[in-house]
Design a protein around this ligand. Structure first.
Ligand code: C2O
Ligand code: CU
Ligand code: CU
Length: 486
């Protein structure tokens, strides 16, 4: 196995050896377990406002026929896919059935700050809380997960996450594939023990790159298949992994169409042959199984992408589509999907720059004896998260450019803002462009090593929110700050 040096981090050995023996430093992503693709793709239960969620330990497995320990919100790993109409009021009664604190963050829903699941808004073990908010945003695909500081990675990995779909008359008018032709897909990499239960036990090295699993799952099942007809399907894909980035592609090399991302539909469809999706990001895709040059089946896979494979960038299969029914559809892809008024960079009242990544500053105060964390190696502008400190004070309704600068870094950081959607203004270095699924409203943007990404947003909601890296080990390590809009 390769050591920490393979991820190219500027971390001195003497600093690290102060905490443990170097075998603990293994920071290479594990080899992917090849799957059988014989398990039918599970569809998460559908739910609407009023459905109670209960974070609790349960037995189950991502492997067929096994049963180990994991966490869930109802029956089984992952929570239900919640659907709600734009303009409606949603109430989700929540009970914490865990032994420690947890809460729910509605990632990609513009909820009031008191409902946002800020890490200071914890629900204690055995307690309940009613999350209630009005859906006031375009149709799209959000998700929900816990947000307890330093425990988010563990709780999400163990099974607490779910999808939240917002619908609207505007989107229905497009007559996109729906019902059995619309497939919600939560992609996550897991590690399982002998009983099939989930294992979250990152070494310090894995805290550095993020905790990656060897068992790729979709909707909580390893290596599933879905039987489809020779027609167009809508795939709503969430990367719900802690740290793994997927370079989504079809094994046939066929193109597919991106129609939406984090904050809803793109202005127009974008044909692609691959798409880099980071933790926290969503991609709304159309696949026409009738147009592909297939032999009855095609895999959704992750293609290798540039950089060292120590960060899990080797290729592997995710799931199989078996095209076993002939069916034609009259679906015609609209040329215009929605209207997104561009926020012009010239209208920005302020630009804030954030240096993101590893910082050795202040390392003297890190508690290096603490096994599960590098305790603040990952920083934003040299700072780690402090619950009560306001790091950025933003005037209400300000239009601002936020620049996430990873020009000198060597790890990818998917940067996520709560409480607002943003547009991407530019990407300098690295890929040097705005990619297909970034042409609409976003709440999470992948900043690869060598890149600096500028986003623009209008802060229309008052309150205290966090922004952070959505590599959950980086977030738990403190790569998160508060901003206050007032
Ligand atoms: Cu999905 Cu603050 O996170
Ligand atoms: Cu969020
Ligand atoms: Cu990060």
């Amino acid at each position: 196995t390769l050591g920490l040096s393979t991820v190219g981090l500027a971390v001195s050995e003497s600093l690290l050896s102060g905490c443990m023996d170097m075998s603990e430093m293994n920071a290479v992503a594990p080899d992917i377990m090849q799957g059988a693709f014989t398990t039918p793709l599970p569809t998460p239960e559908m739910a609407v406002s009023g459905t109670s969620l209960n974070a609790h330990g349960m037995s189950g497995s991502v492997m067929p026929g096994k049963s180990g320990s994991m966490l869930g919100y109802r029956n089984g790993i992952l929570g239900p896919t919640i659907r709600a109409e734009r303009g409606s009021v949603v109430t989700m009664p929540f009970t914490n059935g865990l032994t420690g604190e947890t809460n729910i963050h509605w990632h990609g829903l513009l909820v009031p700050p008191a409902m946002d699941g800020h890490p200071e808004q914890m629900v204690k073990a055995g307690q309940s809380f009613n999350y209630t908010f009005r859906i006031d945003q375009p149709a799209g695909m959000a998700w929900y997960h816990p947000h307890p500081h330093m425990e988010t990675g563990r709780q999400v990995f163990m099974g607490l996450a779910g999808m939240f779909i917002v619908e609207s008359p505007e989107e229905r008018a497009l007559k996109l594939p729906s019902g059995e032709y619309e497939i919600p897909m939560v992609i996550q990499d897991k590690r399982v023990d002998a009983s099939g239960g989930l294992v979250y036990n990152p070494t310090m090295g894995e805290v550095m790159i993020g905790y990656m699993g060897d068992t790729i799952t979709v909707n909580g099942a390893h290596a599933p298949y879905r039987s489809v007809s020779s027609r167009t399907y809508r795939l709503r894909v969430l990367n719900g992994s802690n740290a793994r980035i997927y370079n989504l592609a079809l094994s046939s090399g066929d193109p597919f169409t991106v129609i939406g991302s984090d904050g809803g539909l793109l202005p127009s469809p974008e044909p692609v042959t691959n798409l880099l999706l980071a933790p926290g990001e969503r991609a709304d895709l159309l696949l026409d199984f009738g147009k592909m040059n297939l032999n009855g089946e095609v895999f959704l896979q992750s293609n290798p992408f540039s950089g060292a494979d120590s960060q899990g960038r080797q290729g592997f299969k995710i799931m199989k589509f078996v095209v076993d029914k002939t069916e034609s559809d009259s679906f015609a892809l609209p040329l215009t999907l929605t209207n997104i008024p561009a926020l012009s960079a010239a209208s920005a009242a302020k630009t804030r720059t954030f240096d993101i990544g590893i910082s050795m500053e202040g390392s003297g105060k890190h508690k290096m004896g603490k096994k599960k964390s590098m305790a603040g190696m990952h920083t934003i502008n040299g700072k780690t998260f402090s619950m009560d400190r306001i790091d950025e004070a933003v005037p209400l309704n300000n239009v601002e450019i936020w620049e996430f600068n990873n020009a000198n870094g060597d790890e990818p950081h998917p940067m996520h803002m709560h409480g607002t959607f943003f547009q991407i203004v530019s990407r300098a270095g690295g890929r040097n462009k705005i990619v297909a699924h970034e042409k609409g409203w976003k709440d999470t943007v992948l900043v690869m090593p060598g890149e600096s990404v500028r986003v623009i947003t209008k802060f229309e909601r008052a309150g205290k929110f966090v922004f952070h890296c959505h590599n959950l080990e980086h977030e738990d390590d403190g790569m998160m700050l508060n901003f206050q809009v007032s």
